[in-house]
Design a protein around this ligand. Sequence first.
Ligand code: AMP
Ligand code: TRP
Length: 348
Amino acid sequence: MTETSLTIPPRVFSGMQPSGNLHLGNYLGAMVNWVAMQRTHDCIYCVVDMHAITVAQDPHELRKSIREVTAAYLAAGIDAKKHIIFNQSQVAEHAELAWVFNCVARLGWLNRMTQFKEKAGKDRENASVGLYAYPNLMAADILVYRATHVPVGEDQKQHLELARDIAQKFNNDFAASIAEHGFGEEFFPLPEPMIQGPATRVMSLRDGTKKMSKSDPSDYSRINLIDDADTIALKIRRAKTDPEPLPSEMQGLAGRPEAENLIGIFSALSGQSKEEVLKQFGGGQFSAFKAALVDLAVAKLGPVTAEMKRLSGDAAYIDSVLKDGADRARVIARQNMDAVKDIVGFVR
Ligand code: AMP
Ligand code: TRP
């Protein structure tokens, strides 16, 4: 380890887009890990509203969604006093650093991003420039705090690798200036993706080969964090399965994506390993397993949903949490952005 990497303190940053409904994938793939990391790290959790507008948003819906996602963070157990919760657009330094990164990242790097290809679809000419440059803004989100650890679901791995490439190229391109300004050998840390837990990729309830997603047209494909108990029960009962009984061993899940997904969800919600879940339900029919999964999902998600609904109704409170978080985030971001300006050669 170099001297400067020792001086960059560990810090967690992650974010979620306020677009559409939060679902079980967001909860198990990201939020549960965010909550756990509060015990060991200083954490900054962002509602990434500037990322949301890379595709068209209705302004009324966007505002509502920003508050709802904030409510979800709080309801899941993030402590906005000990840590930081805020929405991205209140800290202008994200956009400021993103511009510098637009000039560091290479077209060839962005051309490889699979999420852009998926989201832009066939009509690529008509995608916004923002959607294309999205990963640069994401790198700026993380690096404007010189964050070292980023808990995300599996689908964000490629974006995190790009953020590391950007940090490294900036450190190399400006090595002399970084040293000259007293930051030693590198200014940015290479942020570490934390892809953890038994549910890093929760799949659609209608198709075990597709990711559970906000944008799936079928609401039966996902469990939303705002779903009530009856809706959760209905969606789990209707979830696609295969005709075989559940296996007792992990090898028995091979080639059975729907079974594997439901077992993974049960495991993540219960805190048991998949092996333990299979030991309990192996040999049995899906109907009995699904009934147990409904009870578990309702017991675990019910309190989060109730608290989220309660908090969502209090816009003044939510807005005060966001403002307080933004004020504290901005102090860190400004300091780092001023350093970047000096390193790049801007006059301030
Ligand atoms: P997004 O909804 O795209 O803003 O994603 C917010 C967070 O949830 C990111 O860390 C994603 O990796 C994670 N996430 C989204 N969908 C899933 C899924 N189906 N399984 C696991 N994690 C997910
Ligand atoms: N791109 C992420 C997603 O869609 C959201 C995000 C934006 C993010 N900025 C981030 C996640 C910074 C982690 C760190 O899920």
